[in-house]
Design a protein around this ligand. Structure first.
Ligand SMILES: Cc1cc2nc3c(=O)[nH]c(=O)nc-3n(C[C@H](O)[C@H](O)[C@H](O)COP(=O)(O)O)c2cc1C
Length: 171
């Protein structure tokens, strides 16, 4: 296991637009007994209800959603570019089919009971503050439904999770 240290959030110098959208992240959730993770390229960081927060968007069908819903925390894990193939794998295969941590080069680490990915170079540990199911009624432009929730993704809406960033870890 790698050595991680708490990193002051005010020293973070990342561009969330390129980091999340182009380089992606793994969202991990679960506990000491069982954890799962999936790739995500939607989300962000900001400030809400007096807290530093991360927000992520997880479709109903994702196995990871079951872990997020069951627990009180999740982690957002960021990687060097050399892990791109692993991130692709975590974004194509579901943990329902196979234990992705057993079949990939990535492994689970824990801070307390919060799972994170040991090969990440920085991690945001998040405590859930809100889970907001997104419904068709929320859309103010019809293109959203047509583009993202048509055909096979019909009814497979995202839930917005807002998590307080309780700690940033770096190695
Ligand atoms: C680049 C990329 C970005 C993705 N972003 C998201 C996302 O933001 N939200 C989401 O629900 N699924 C996203 N996915 C899809 C999930 O990662 C994918 O369905 C995964 O297999 C789910 O795994 P699970 O069933 O083990 O949770 C993305 C996939 C890729 C390849």
């Amino acid at each position: 296991m790698h050595q991680f240290q708490p990193y002051p959030i005010e020293l973070l110098e990342i561009n969330p637009f390129t980091k999340i959208s182009n380089e992606w992240m793994l969202i991990a959730a679960g506990d000491q007994e069982k954890a799962n993770a999936m790739t995500a390229s939607w989300g962000g960081f900001g400030v809400l209800w007096g807290k530093n927060v991360a927000f992520i968007f997880v479709r109903k069908s994702r196995y990871t959603k079951e872990f997020i819903d069951k627990g009180s925390c999740f982690s957002c894990n960021f990687f060097e570019k050399k892990y791109l193939n692993d991130l692709k794998y975590f974004g194509i295969v579901s943990g329902r089919q196979e234990d992705k941590f057993k079949t990939s080069g990535l492994s689970v680490n824990h801070k307390g009971n919060i799972p994170f990915v040991d090969e990440a170079n920085f991690v945001c540990l998040c405590k859930k503050m809100a889970a907001v199911p997104i419904t068709e009624a929320n859309f103010l432009v019809p293109e959203i439904k047509d583009k993202w929730y048509s055909d096979k993704e019909q009814d497979n809406f995202h839930t917005l999770y807002i998590g307080e960033i309780v700690e940033v870890l770096a190695r």
